[in-house]
Each structure stands twice: as structure tokens, then as C-alpha cells.
Design a protein around this ligand. Structure first.
Ligand code: KIV
Length: 275
């Protein structure tokens, strides 16, 4: 059954956990979708895990639309959320609405995700008013990495914890239908989850959130440039892939691949006529 914004709220109301994973292409989206994951996030983490940048800053609208549309074609049931990339919404409400609209029209997003709380409330209100569902992203927001001075846990001091709670309540009021909490102490995430009517989706925010999200290359053990504490590797697919690539090299070099069963045949007399 197609998952929607309503599915998210129903899950929160029933106390059922929500699942979200990233995907950036058609075939991965299909697998994630068929596994029954509620929502697929086309994260701007594609800058790191797909494009090899050291952060998400350089990711463009065109990148997000290109990968978003591929994911949308593979996701039959999961709600596809596409990240708004850096500087596609911060500068003005106009930018936010036009670019969120492009992610929906051209990328076929079911919802968009914006980083930031009180400072982008006008954008959240305007995008929501345009009929585009919004997920808010709070805590460690990677597009602000230069302002944070590194990938650090957020909300640890009393002031920061109060600000995070205030941000969460404000984005809910502005119309967001869910909040991603990244790198937030578990007890703070639990308080925020309790105080909000809309669901929280945690990543490095403990198990009291209403749902969880992970980058799929992280949870499959495919991306090991750095492995944050919050990542659980559910498989070591990276090792399996590397072994398969090595086996391929070995068999091609040895002439044992392709074998008979991978080869198309032709009548000998046709070949003889070529001489
Ligand atoms: O870009 C992304 O993958 C994200 C998740 C880490 C939540 O925003």
C-alpha cells in the first residue's frame, strides 16, 4: 500500500515505529521498497556516498532531481522524500517554493526535507502552503557543517537543548509533518518526541524516536571513509562486493569467464561461410 504523510501520523498515533532508508538510484530504491521500508530519503548525503565530496555543500538541485526521479521510479509503496540542497531554500521564501516545486514536479518527490528550525519557518510555511509536505531536519544539520565547526552531537547544553525543543515545536507549528533528529542525545530526543504531535525520525538520536533513518551504504557496510558511532552495519556488503570484483578480475584474466552458459551460439556453417 502506498505510504503517505497520513501513514506517518497514523504510525505515531498508534505507537508504531517508522522506517526510513536513503536511496539514490532505481535498483536500490526497488530493493528498499520491496523490503517494506516506509519511506525512502533521497538525501543530499549523495554528495558524500555517491559523488565522493567531503560534505553536502556542493550538491545541486539538478543532482537531487536526477537521483530523486530515479528513486521515485523504483519506489512503488514507500514515501519518497527528497532533500532540498544547500542554498536552494535558505536565501528566500521564493527560492524555497520554486525549488521544492521542482523536486516534486521533476523529481516526483512525495515530500521535501529542509535543514533548520526557527530561522527557516517562513520557508516551511510557504512550501507547506504550496501543497508540498515538509520534513524538518534538526540537530546536526550537515549543510551547516562550517558553522558547527565539525560533525558534533547537538543540544548538549541547557541552552542548546531548549533551543532544539523550541525549534521542533516551531517547525511543527509551521506545518512540517515529521522531524529528523540527527546526532542528538537520546534523552533529549525522547523529550522532543514526547512533546511533539508529529513523528520524529532519529539518526544518532536513540531508540525513543518514532522512527529511524540510516544511509544505506552505512548500514550495509559499503561506505567506510568514516563510520559514525550511530551506524550499525547490518551486513558487510562492501567486503562481499570487493570479493566479487576480485573474483571477476581473476576469472577474466584466467579465461574462465564467460563460460559456456554465458555464451550465445551460432551454427558452424554460418561461420564457415565467413572464410
Ligand atoms: O542526507 C541524508 O542522508 C540525511 C540523513 C542523514 C538524515 O539527511
Amino acid at each position: 500500500m502506498k505510504k503517505t504523510v497520513a501513514t506517518f501520523q497514523e504510525a505515531k498515533d498508534r505507537g508504531e515505529k517508522l522506517t526510513m532508508l536513503t536511496a539514490y538510484d532505481y535498483s536500490t530504491a526497488k530493493l528498499v521498497d520491496e523490503a517494506g521500508v516506509d519511506s525512502i530519503l533521497v538525501g543530499d548525503s549523495l554528495g558524500n556516498v555517491i559523488l565522493g565530496y567531503e560534505d553536502t555543500i556542493s550538491v545541486t538541485m539538478e543532482d537531487m532531481i536526477h537521483h530523486g526521479a530515479a528513486v521515485a521510479r523504483g519506489a512503488k509503496n514507500a514515501l519518497v522524500v527528497i532533500d532540498m540542497p544547500f542554498l536552494s531554500y535558505q536565501a528566500s521564501v521564493y527560492d524555497a517554493v520554486v525549488n521544492a516545486g521542482r523536486l516534486m514536479k521533476e523529481g516526483r518527490a512525495g515530500a521535501v526535507k529542509l535543514e533548520g528550525g526557527e530561522r527557516i519557518l517562513p520557508q516551511i510555511k510557504a512550501v507547506t502552503a504550496a501543497g508540498i509536505p515538509v520534513v524538518s531536519h534538526l540537530g546536526l544539520t550537515p549543510q551547516s557543517i562550517n558553522a558547527f565547526g565539525g560533525y558534533k552531537v547537538q543540544g548538549k547544553s541547557e541552552k542548546a537543548a531548549k533551543q532544539l525543543l523550541q525549534d521542533a515545536l516551531a517547525v511543527q507549528e509551521a506545518g512540517a509533518f515529521a522531524v529528523v533528529l540527527e546526532c542528538v542525545p537520546a534523552k533529549l530526543a525522547a523529550v522532543i518526541t514526547d512533546r511533539l504531535d508529529i513523528p520524529t525520525i532519529g539518526i544518532g538520536a536513540g531508540n525513543q524516536c518514532d522512527g529511524q533513518v540510516l544511509v544505506y551504504q552505512d548500514m550495509l557496510g559499503m561506505f567506510t571513509d568514516y563510520v559514525p558511532r550511530f551506524v550499525k552495519q547490518f551486513a558487510r556488503t562492501g567486503d562481499m562486493m570487493k570479493q566479487a570484483f576480485m573474483d571477476y578480475v581473476k576469472e577474466v584474466k584466467a579465461g574462465t569467464f564467460p563460460a559456456e552458459e554465458h555464451t550465445y551460439q551460432i551454427e558452424d556453417e554460418v561461420i564457415e561461410k565467413l572464410y
